[in-house]
Design a protein around this ligand. Structure first.
Ligand SMILES: NC(=O)C1=CN([C@@H]2O[C@H](COP(=O)(O)OP(=O)(O)OC[C@H]3O[C@@H](n4cnc5c(N)ncnc54)[C@H](O)[C@@H]3O)[C@@H](O)[C@H]2O)C=CC1
Ligand SMILES: O=C(O)C(=O)COP(=O)(O)O
Length: 526
């Protein structure tokens, strides 16, 4: 039975799903060295932001197949190291969007009305109404940095509160920003004009210290800044100085350069600053959402199915995946088959997406085909995550082409592998939405479902060949389940595809190729 380690607090709904397929250990107080020591036993690791999954942990996770982040940010996971080892990293891109957006709004209003300090003063027995005079957000300008899922919801709510909206996001179109009621501007203008600035971007090398002393100096003395995205996007030292010196009015932070926040000049500031302990995603609703979302993906991956929100498998969004699911197996089977026909080292791999598959959305099928192609060499070590890297390291050039005009089937795939031993091709399609059929081998039309054990021959179409082949297989005690000949012209070249009940014993191929008229024979195990 598989084993899953849950190393951060996860809602029980997620644990229940994981328990359907694996033994689940919940250990939420592990030190890094303790995690390294035990991770080798586990097939999957489920985390939140509390666990740093370093390269060292990934190296020690010799059985790991998947790391599930019950939330959005995967900056605490060494994703490139996981990718190199073929470990899928999944997250929950939308499960906590509303929670994080509402936290940002709550921070903005709490900061404007000094709610945390006013509350504390009443609880101390005071009744001080002068100190806590606040500011309204109505008709003020909110600058949204990062107009993705969370930033968009914040913009919608802020608009409803009567705020004027500026946005900075180099990857968002002007039309999208306008739809959200935001004027798209550059960061300089945004920081100069905003009364409130809220950050909703990932932490990357480009965004680290994006808000630094220089940026803070451009802000108005009345500006308040909110960071519910990632620590380190604001330079904390520079922020503390800017608040102390009255360069800006205040800040509300949920995330920090180093968590938990220990010694920091931010802690000694007064009512100008609000600090929460990374609570953006901490609502009952969001925790149920992300736990279920990620646990389902871990369960699926352990059952051999693809994940819907893998961060290190390109182009696999849930709706696309749903559409492509039946074709993924087709692509993988054909890749495996053509790899075995080609034998030797493959140098060029051409994947042609045909009919309704001839769209950009079908790109994951290329990876699935590549995974199939590499299966003979790498077995279980190749997966959707590392297939591209493995192909590159083996010097396999992958060419992807599309032909929407091929209409024999709704969608079909044509794979061609050229290697040290020559070129082979195979085409396949789905019948009745699920059943895989091989429709062409090396340019010869056939129509057979793939079988675990198969034999293909290239021969001259002439009387007696089939009989001779049958007797050889019989003499080796191999039972034929089905047989089909594909030919272009009568008595010309032909391909025979045989499905066998038994594996082919060693030595049988040389017997088969001795039959006059049989030029080549290939065994395939799928
Ligand atoms: N405090 C908390 O508990 C939570 C924090 N988060 C964090 O919130 C952030 C935003 O999350 P989502 O909205 O779900 O992500 P998203 O991917 O939907 O949006 C991010 C946006 O940032 C933009 N962006 C990327 N680089 C940029 C740059 N250099 N300058 C300006 N814009 C840039 C992207 O184009 C995208 O539109 C992430 O850092 C995530 O980790 C998310 C959930 C909870
Ligand atoms: O989803 C995210 O990016 C978050 O920051 C939430 O973090 P958490 O799961 O609450 O540790």
């Amino acid at each position: 039975m598989s084993k899953i380690l849950v190393s951060d607090p996860i809602d029980q709904a997620g644990i229940d799903i994981l328990s359907q397929v694996a033994a689940v250990d919940v250990k939420t107080t592990l030190k890094p060295e303790e995690l390294i020591e035990i991770i080798g036993e586990y097939d999957a690791l489920m985390i939140r932001s509390g666990t740093r999954v370093t390269q060292e942990i990934i190296e020690a996770g010799t059985q790991l197949k998947i790391i599930g982040r019950a939330g959005v940010g995967v900056d605490n996971v060494d994703v490139p190291a996981a990718t190199r080892k073929g470990i899928v990293v999944v997250n929950s891109p939308e499960g906590n969007t509303i929670a994080a957006a509402e936290h940002a709004i709550a921070m903005m209003l709490s900061m404007s009305r000094h709610i945390p300090d006013a509350n504390a003063s009443v609880k101390r027995g005071e009744w001080d109404r002068k100190t806590f005079v606040g500011a309204e957000v109505y008709k003020k300008t909110l600058g949204v940095v990062g107009l993705g899922k969370i930033g968009s919801h914040v913009a919608n709510v802020a608009k409803a509160m009567g705020m004027k909206l500026l946005a900075f996001d180099p990857f968002i179109s002007r039309e999208r920003a306008e739809q959200l009621g935001c004027q798209l501007v550059d960061l300089d203008l945004l920081v100069q004009q905003s009364d409130y600035i809220t950050l909703h971007i990932p932490k990357t090398p480009e965004t680290t210290h994006l808000i630094n002393a220089e940026m803070l100096a451009k802000m108005k003395p009345t500006t308040r800044i909110i960071n519910c995205a990632r620590g380190g996007i604001i330079d904390e030292q520079a922020l503390a100085v800017a608040i102390q010196q009255g360069q800006i009015a205040g800040a509300a932070l949920d995330v920090y350069e180093s968590e938990p926040l220990k010694d920091s000049p931010l802690k000694s500031l007064g009512k100008e600053i609000i600090l929460t302990p990374h609570l953006g995603a901490s609502t009952t609703e969001a925790q149920v959402n992300v736990a279920i979302d990620v646990a389902e993906q871990i369960r699926d991956v352990l059952l051999g199915l693809p994940a819907r929100s893998a961060v290190n498998i390109p182009g696999l969004s849930p709706d696309v995946l749903q559409e492509l699911k039946p074709y993924m197996q087709l692509a993988e089977t054909l890749g495996n088959l053509v790899g075995q026909l080609a034998g030797g080292r493959v140098e060029l791999f051409n994947v042609r997406l045909q009919g309704e598959l001839a769209t950009n959305k079908s790109q994951p099928l290329v990876i699935a085909a590549l995974k199939g192609l590499l299966y003979q060499a790498l077995r279980e070590r190749v997966n959707y995550v590392n297939a591209n890297i493995e192909a590159k390291e083996r010097g396999i050039r992958v060419i992807e082409t599309r032909d929407a005009s091929v209409r024999d089937y709704a969608g079909s795939l044509h794979l061609e592998a050229t290697g040290t031993l020559g070129t082979h091709s195979v085409t396949g399609a789905l019948l009745g939405e699920k059943e895989i059929h091989l429709t062409d081998i090396d340019g010869f039309p056939i129509n057979v479902p793939p079988n675990k054990h198969m034999l293909f021959t290239l021969h001259r179409d002439m009387p007696g060949i089939i009989g001779k082949l049958g007797s050889i297989l019989g003499s080796f005690n191999v039972n034929i389940a089905s047989m089909q000949v594909g030919r272009k012209i009568v008595r010309g070249d032909a391909v025979m595809a045989l499905s066998l009940d038994d594996p082919l014993p060693d030595g049988i191929l040389s017997e088969i190729t001795k039959v006059p008229g049989i030029r080549d024979a290939y065994t395939v195990t799928l």
